[in-house]
Design a protein around this ligand. Structure first.
Ligand SMILES: [Zn+2]
Length: 249
């Protein structure tokens, strides 16, 4: 049976959504110093894609090919979301049903969203203060991640709610009222699309990336609150290699 490189690398991990799998396995990884991004691929056998992969994320979004069509259809709904500090980011885990993303006739279920500071992707080399990733999973294990750039401006009600309860050390908290993740979506939906990977170990190349070109605004105080917990949790830019970057307006 022919096994493609992509299948092989995807097969290295059984649960690509579960960052905690890596912690349970005992591998210590970080964003700087010991266990940093240059070492991820050799920290444990399941992390090999971080070093050997050819479709890694994040990338600089530049020189996109204009494409027809639409981005993913996001049908999100309010959920009680469990807010977790997992040692690498603040993450909101879906508790019940927070809806889906549909793309090319395939439906993906929203599992969690989390934040990076500064942004992981860049647009023409420019970074924003933060970036949110909305992770959706299809029954076959493939992921669709919607990326939202966040810049300093007026407060965003959703991000303010999350940061109000975000644990400052590893642990979990509950929201007082259900949260509607659509609060994080920009009004303009121009989208960059490319095939890539998780930006954290095990770096599995199973992600259909859809990054909105237009940032949302969040308050400087909420960004400061996040950076007080995670001063820097962005993986360095990865080589584009032989990939197509599409832009859908
Ligand atoms: Zn992420």
């Amino acid at each position: 049976m022919a096994v493609t490189r992509r299948t092989l690398l995807a097969g290295l991990v059984s649960c690509p959504v579960c960052a905690s799998t890596a912690l349970a396995a005992g591998a210590h990884w970080s964003y700087e110093g010991h266990g940093g991004p240059q070492e991820w691929g050799s920290l444990e056998s399941g992390f090999q894609a971080c070093a050997m992969g050819s479709q890694q994320s994040p990338i600089n979004l530049e020189g996109a090919v204009q494409a027809a069509g639409t981005g993913p259809t996001l049908a999100w709904k309010p959920d009680a979301f469990r807010i977790v500090n997992n040692g690498h980011a603040i993450q909101a885990d879906v508790v019940g049903d927070a809806g889906t993303a549909t793309m090319g006739g395939k439906t993906y279920i929203l599992r969690q969203f989390h934040f990076h500071a500064p942004s992981e992707h860049t647009v023409n080399g420019e970074r924003t203060a933060m970036e949110a990733h909305f992770v959706h999973e299809a029954p076959d294990g493939n992921l669709l991640v919607a990326g939202v750039f966040m810049k300093v401006g007026k407060a965003n009600a959703g991000f303010a709610e999350v940061m109000k309860v975000a644990p400052t050390t590893e642990g979990a908290a509950v929201l007082k009222t259900p949260l509607d993740a659509t609060a994080f979506l920009p009004a303009q939906r121009a989208t960059y699309r490319y095939e890539g990977s998780l930006t954290t170990p095990p770096c599995s190349e199973v992600v259909d990336w859809n990054v909105f070109a237009t940032p949302i605004e969040v308050s400087e105080a909420d960004i400061a609150a996040f950076r007080a917990i995670f001063p820097m949790n962005a993986r360095p830019l990865q080589a584009v290699n032989r990939r197509f970057l599409l832009r859908i307006d």
